[in-house]
Design a protein around this ligand. Sequence first.
Ligand code: PEP
Length: 249
Amino acid sequence: MRKKLVAGNWKMHGALQQNSTLLARITAAASGLACEVAVFPPYPYLAQAQLALAGSVVALGAQSVSEHASGVFTGEVSASMLAEFGCRYVLVGHSERRALFGETEIVVAAKFEAAQSSALVPILCVGETLGQREAGKTVTVIARQLAAVLERVGVAAMASAVVAYEPVWAIGTGVTASPAQAQEVHAAIRAQVAALDAGVAEGLRILYGGSVKPQNAVELFGQSDIDGGLIGGAALVADDFLKICLAAN
Ligand code: PEP
């Protein structure tokens, strides 16, 4: 039985006072939830979140990581630095990183490997654009994104990783994949991993992300291969985020 995970990606949002209120609401409610909860603030707020989450069951994650261990990479943050600030998870390959910051499949795979080398759990984000879906290429695109990582790290590495299926057309748009559309892709992801290692595939948590709201979370999380959610906009509103967490109970 896979424990569901609800991960809140704050993107480039937040401020000290606002974070403090949001973190207090989440930590107060989290111990009563059956799912695992994680928050992903921007880098400068990791220390604030680490302190606020101390002693709670809420996990901390970062939104990105450098593929390099250290060195002359101005503006970058390494996996070991994230680990020092209490991060358990890190997002790799978010569609905004791929589209806006030119992260290729090779770079995403290197970041995945760097995260694991510092004992962080990477959440590998994969997803198709609307054009790719309309061209009937969804499963092929996702399979290629996943294969790029599997080729670099091997299937055993997926035992300490999470995958997030995030259709690009659903992120921040208010349009959500139907539960059936999401389940079809999640099942394909699990089958791709199962072809290499059935045990790893069975234990792999595959999150859905893309305009998850309290109103659609129950049905999405009820699908057999959907193991929780990666939440953007709704992660900034305590009531909505906690209702989504309850939907994963
Ligand atoms: C995301 O940021 O990964 C995301 C899914 O955003 P939203 O929930 O706002 O669509």
